[in-house]
Design a protein around this ligand. Structure first.
Ligand SMILES: [Zn+2]
Length: 83
């Protein structure tokens, strides 16, 4: 599960957690990544601060599976930082 705080942090990020390109504030992923997803997966990743936490969390998990990334990267999707 993601906390509201984690979601807010992710929304504020200026770069996409997946590809590091610039993203719009409020969205979980950049436009380019979001448009690789089917529409029903893309929508819950837009305007994430106004959505319920479980919706955002499951949408991110679905997106991560879709992109076939590893567990480590899924944590990164949740607003973690690269060190
Ligand atoms: Zn991206």
């Amino acid at each position: 599960m993601m906390s509201g705080q984690q979601i807010a942090k992710l929304a504020k990020r200026r770069n996409c957690p997946r590809c590091s390109l610039e993203k719009t504030e409020g969205n979980a992923l950049c436009r380019r990544c979001r448009f690789k997803l089917p529409p029903h997966m893309r929508l819950p990743l837009e305007g994430i601060v106004n959505r319920e936490e479980w919706v955002v969390a499951s949408a991110l998990r679905a997106a991560a599976n879709y992109f076939d990334i590893r567990y480590k990267s899924i944590l990164f999707f949740r607003g973690g930082r690269v060190r």
